[in-house]
Design a protein around this ligand. Structure first.
Ligand SMILES: Nc1ncnc2c1ncn2[C@@H]1O[C@H](COP(=O)(O)OP(=O)(O)OP(=O)(O)O)[C@@H](O)[C@H]1O
Ligand SMILES: [Mg+2]
Length: 394
């Protein structure tokens, strides 16, 4: 598929979402491969749900809005995007209901009428620009609402829930997830009629996994997949355009290494490139993007380290044991207590001391508790730093 990357000002679907002079690397192939899975396959059937996780600031939302939504429309399906982080003070179920209410309002009067693609495009685009807080939540059940939308557009509905792990924060949020599952089952069971596809993304893998893992989870039986982060082709395209537009030459492998150091975050990478070009022009020195990326990372690790330094020895030892132990780590077991003592340089630590330390780690939002007796690392940047430092030491 043709890739077209430009520094450009675009107005997406002629609606008030304006991207000014920013480099955007389109990902039509990834969008097409997701949409393709929604077409029934003779062996596997059609995909009915997808849970995709990738770290913060790696381009999930941008992909959903700028690549996936157009691809869904192109496939003659109707996309609805809801971002559960849109207003963190609101219950996720409230955000979902408002978005459903909005879609129904936008479609009013269009039931049974064939909607052409440009109208659908306009309606789906509106969802990106309206402040949901000003809208009435839908008062019926979530499955009823989605069925009404399906009937209104006369097409399959693709509901994209961004930051879906936010549903875990409240009982209402989890109920909304169960309602989505019920809606999907109801709509997909019939032979005819519009189907419902659910695509959930999240920046917290272990939290997203809570929606699919246990038998009590709404999407039990599903799995969380890694959303592919941007890679070499993003770097190459950006650097090639820079070479043409600004006559700045940065070797691709140096760019790729810097992008990796910056955890595949386009924004941080572009900032580093910009700063490096600017400072090299001032100082007359040779560009060294890799060194700059390392400096940016060192600064961010420095502030994470400062946070770790504020922990007591037992708290820090426990946190490190959890980071190494992963999901199956059982913090109050005998081997874990011995491990924590060893890391803390103590002869032994009591169970109550570890319980107290764990409480503090949860309060500091370094750790979260998926369920009774289960603990997982909450701060993903800490985890990344820990893993990378460990692999450097090897
Ligand atoms: N394909 C891309 N090309 C160029 N820049 C991109 C691309 N995707 C994302 N970006 C830039 O990276 C930054 C983060 O993107 P985005 O908000 O989509 O990430 P995210 O993973 O949803 O982040 P968060 O975890 O905060 O929700 C933005 O500044 C965005 O403009
Ligand atoms: Mg996002």
């Amino acid at each position: 598929m043709e890739r077209y990357c430009v520094f450009y000002t675009i107005i997406v679907y002629a609606i008030p979402e304006i991207y000014l002079d920013v480099f955007h690397y389109p990902r039509p192939d990834l969008a097409a491969s997701i949409v393709k899975q929604m077409t029934p396959d003779p062996i596997f059937g059609a995909l009915s749900g997808l849970h995709l996780a990738a770290p913060r600031r790696t381009g999930k939302t941008t992909f959903l809005r700028r690549d996936l939504v157009p691809a869904v429309l192109e496939a003659d399906k109707f996309p609805i995007v809801v971002d559960l982080w849109e207003d963190r003070s609101r219950d996720p179920s409230d955000i979902l209901r408002r978005r459903i209410g909005q879609a129904i309002d936008d479609l009013k009067g269009s039931a049974e009428k064939a909607l052409d693609r440009s109208r659908l495009r306009r309606i789906s685009a509106l969802g990106f620009s309206v402040a949901l807080a000003d809208l009435e939540p839908f008062s019926g059940t979530i499955p009823e609402g989605l069925e009404r939308i399906g009937a209104g557009v006369g097409r399959d509905v693709v509901l994209v829930v961004d930051e879906a792990q936010q549903a875990l924060v409240s009982e209402g949020g989890m109920d909304a997830m169960f309602a989505l599952k019920a809606a999907r089952d109801a709509m997909n069971l019939g032979e005819d009629g519009p189907r419902l596809f659910l695509i959930m993304t999240g920046s917290h893998r272990s939290k997203l996994a809570e929606l699919v893992l246990s038998a009590r989870a709404p999407f039990y039986g599903g799995s969380v997949q890694d959303f592919p982060v941007l890679g070499e082709s993003f770097v190459r395209t950006l650097l090639e355009q820079l070479a043409t537009a600004q006559n700045v030459s940065i070797p691709i492998d140096e760019g790729v290494a810097a992008f990796e150091i910056l955890m595949h975050r386009p924004e941080a990478f572009m900032q580093a490139v910009r700063d490096e070009i600017f400072e090299a022009a001032l100082s007359g020195e040779k560009l060294n993007l890799r060194r700059r990326a390392e400096a940016v990372r060192a600064a961010s690790w420095g502030s994470l380290e400062a946070e770790l330094d504020s922990l007591s020895r037992v708290q820090r030892a426990l946190f490190e044991a959890l980071m190494d132990g992963g999901e199956g780590f059982s913090p109050f077991s005998k081997p874990a207590l011995e491990d924590v003592a060893r890391r803390a340089g103590a002869k032994s630590v009591s169970k109550s001391a570890v319980q107290q330390a764990m409480k503090t780690l949860v309060e500091k939002e370094l750790v979260w508790q998926p369920g009774a007796g289960r603990y997982a690392v909450d701060n993903q940047d800490m985890l990344d730093m820990h893993r990378r430092k460990k692999s450097q030491d090897r």
